[in-house]
Ligand binder design. Sequence first.
Ligand SMILES: O=C(O)CCC(=O)C(=O)O
Ligand SMILES: [Fe+2]
Length: 330
Amino acid sequence: MISKGVVLDMALLFGTPNQKKEFCSSLLYHLKSQGWVKIQNHGISREVIHKLFSMTKHFFNLPYEEKMKAKHPPQANPNRGYSYVGQENVAQISGYGKGKGPGKSRDIKETFDMGAANDSLINNQWIPEESLPGFREFMESFYEQAFKAEMHLLSALAIALGISENHVKSLHDRAENEFRLLHYPALPVSYLADKTATRIAEHTDFGTITMLFQDSTGGLQVEDQTQRGAFRDIEPSAPTDLILNIGDSLQRLTNDTLLAACHRVTYPPTTKKDGNEVIPDRYSIAYFVKPNRSASLLPLKEFVSEETPCKYDNVTAWEWNNLRIAKLYT
Ligand SMILES: O=C(O)CCC(=O)C(=O)O
Ligand SMILES: [Fe+2]
């Protein structure tokens, strides 16, 4: 039996004033102590999340040639469409922020990236409708539903941090987010043994928060914020549980009051590393919440004082995003 760990109930955010307070302070407590937290009753229904996983599986099960009809360009930007196994290697940015150089491992994963349907700068890449009927419509609708959940979570965060809800929401009101489907193919454990390959190398996400859904396979780990170098498992629980983790942009906006969660995906925790076991397929979905491209990532005034001087330069969210993704596809 897998322990579920703490799962916060977002229904409390819409309950009595005391319940709302309880939700916001638990959110802050977990984010401060571990950089991530699980949340249920976030407003995206069980049916929709089950369909999200089933559509994701159908997509990756399509023949390679079909998926390549929506291919991601060879370079990192624009970050849209299908990336085959080996195209993106997150180890290129693994040491970033720790003053270390890139890692060397290859990621054994394939991905499909999307943005908002009405994004003013970048178009999505779609496979033909007949390749997977309903795929585009479902994903566009999921994007909208995730944006609603995002807005509630940002309100809760603002309340918890004692800063203006309206300001935080206005920094994100253009929904210039990214949304990624991930498939880690089944493989013999020996493939990962010499560390030249992994599922996804350690990294921090670039945006404000990431809303992640994972299947029951396991292998997602996050670095302990008080013991750097030690990675702890984020155990699978209900696939409907939303895993919220902090990205670089929130670390910058809060002047290090909240720290980005460094995470990776490796063997499921029960795998015997020296055997002939085959690690099962793993599917996950990540919705990367990002500030509007033109928003400044200078720390907000509430987090800057004589005791806590401003730690970061004035870059826009778009400049930061592009600086961070630049090396991923090299
Ligand atoms: O597959 C996962 O659970 C994590 C994926 C991830 O970290 C990412 O795409 O940034
Ligand atoms: Fe990530």
